[in-house]
Ligand binder design. Sequence first.
Ligand SMILES: [Zn+2]
Ligand SMILES: [Zn+2]
Length: 389
Amino acid sequence: MKAVCWTGINDVRVEEVPDPKLINPRDAIIRVSSTAICGSDLHLYDGYIPAMKKGDILGHEFMGEIVEVGSGVKNLNLGDRVVVPFPIACGNCFFCQSGQWSLCDNSNPNARMAETMFGHAPAGIFGYSHLMGGYAGGQAEYVRVPFADVGPFRIENGFRDEQVLFLTDIFPTGYMAAEQANIRPGDTVAVWGCGPVGQFVIQSAWMFNAARVIAIDRYPERLNMAEKYGRAEVINYDGIDVVETLKQMTGGMGPDVCIDAVGLEAHKDGVEGFYDRAKQAARLEMDRPYVLRECIQACRKGGTVSLAGAYGSFVDKVPIGAAFNKGLTLKMGQTHVHRYLKPLFELIESGQIDPSFIVTHIFPLEEAPDAYEIFKHKTDGCVKVVMKP
Ligand SMILES: [Zn+2]
Ligand SMILES: [Zn+2]
């Protein structure tokens, strides 16, 4: 089959690889109908996530048709159309049983490696480095799905792929970032990053009855999308002091809730940007936490900072003193996608949201190298890319 393989930093190639096979009774094989490129795929593309190997198949946002099931999968039939959550979860362990699916204890065969870095191992993730299990991803014609009796969610009623594909990650990720931020009616919610996750954070903030949503980015097409589809007030952060601007917009209080939908590859000019880039280049710091710093500085006393953008390792100069003395709550984590599939699908079904608004580009899988470049550089107004095998 054809698959998108990581072949080095800034280098992906569509290669001919062996078809996946059932390995365990609870596996299924899916013929992929649509797969998306995620901002966190760029962390791999750009070389910021450790433990990638040449030839690894990328992709954790995918859907398709069941073409093979193991003997242990009783709830899926050949021909079923499913979306697949990006974290892999067993359904039986302490964490799965308590709904913390992305913390599953049984899906990461490289747990030892992750324990060295994190203390404990998170769940396996499709197409996301050997630290997260080294599973082949779904930017391919076929993919093996472990614990297929737990993860895949059946889609009926004829929705287009683009309407349901984002249940695999970015819609639940945006929703969980808003949910865990404890938004109360009347709150002002500031969202850093109007990329795909940020757009779903904005949508979700309204679902929790925010009174105002302020969105921050520097790309006009993303800010336009935040205004048009998200009804957000927008700030283009180029050349301005975001913390000061947010204070002015909120009568000096600061936003009640600050959500980081950017993560480890945040952008900043000036001295602070130079400092983190230099440390990152010297491997003294792996992640660039500008947005995290701004969220903590901007948030009103007693407010909540919620992280939706991914962090992978270490950050420097996080103003923990500000967070402590302002009594902030910090919330974060990989999304427990399994928990949100049904309720968020119901929002799509009832017409409350149509996630396809996010899609700006559709490519055949063969053109993955171009798709990655356009998505990375945000050229041609690119916000979200879907690929079709
Ligand atoms: Zn993703
Ligand atoms: Zn589990």
